[in-house]
Design a protein around this ligand. Sequence first.
Ligand SMILES: [Zn+2]
Ligand SMILES: [Zn+2]
Length: 355
Amino acid sequence: MSAVAYRWLMTAPQVPQVREAFEPFPPAPGEVVVEVAGCGVCHTDLGYFFDGVRTNHVLPLALGHEVSGRVVAAGAGAERWTGRQVIVPAVIPCGECDLCRRGRGAICRAQKMPGNDIQGGFASHIVVPARGLCEVDPARLAAAGLALADVSVVADAVTTPFQAVSRAGVQPGSLAVVIGAGGVGGYCVQIARAFGATVVAIDVDSAKLETISHHGAALTLDAREHDARALKGAVSAFAKERGLPATEWFVFECSGTAAGQATAWSLLVHGATLGVVGFTMDKVEVRLSNLMAFDARALGNWGCPPEQYPAALDLVLSGKVQVKPFVEAHPLADINRIFEAVHHREIGRRAVLVP
Ligand SMILES: [Zn+2]
Ligand SMILES: [Zn+2]
């Protein structure tokens, strides 16, 4: 525990993050110190850094809420976690309030999100509540050919679409359409497939569509080549050809763009379920009454309750959801350069920063 811990702090929007030493030891009762193996760069981080989205914690603040690592110290009551490999949930509910007791921890008003409410994971170490940690079995991890840093993306990029697909009620025989086949959508496709759906992926990047065609998408459509009407026609024709339902489609918007949201809306059919997974500050104009006319519904989910992390991790460790083709590791020391590259969409895969 003698090595100096450090984290990269955001001091103001668009000002390069700076490295700061800090003392994480000893953790308070109920908390643990996690030595970070990797922390994924999420578009939410970019929203704080580039778009001026406000963090709940005052600046300076280390961003990063997609963390895996090893527990190197535990406070009173959390001793059993010492030495274990873990995934830190992106949203850590208090576990005690009325909402938490009713299983609605995702909207707990006392929740802690690393890199938003508390110091985040772009760091050598992070201090977090032990409650909600998801244990990673090192033997299964090795058998799956994965490093601990690879599964950092389970903290958000995998579990958020997992919760969306699970809550939407996707089941064997369903038709699911995923808009955006990148860092989050690539997992959404695989998860919907694992739940038994036949999946159509839509993107504007032919390389991403090519990758996802090998990982669960039965049909890929390039949104640059079809207008909204043609996209819906192509999905309808595919459904007919495969004997899939013409109604009750599941549409998951994962691109986090206004154009993707408009496309998702245009794909609503009778009884459809729209899952809004991606985030953007942009606005779209829609005829909201389509929900009424189609007897459809639109859902959103803020992360995923920690209780569901083991099931999502199991999909990864069993190989049903492949993470390797969708992540790339970079040194944490390059954080400012990587933020720029992801912002300018020069990196299509999920960037994981490794201390
Ligand atoms: Zn995120
Ligand atoms: Zn709570």
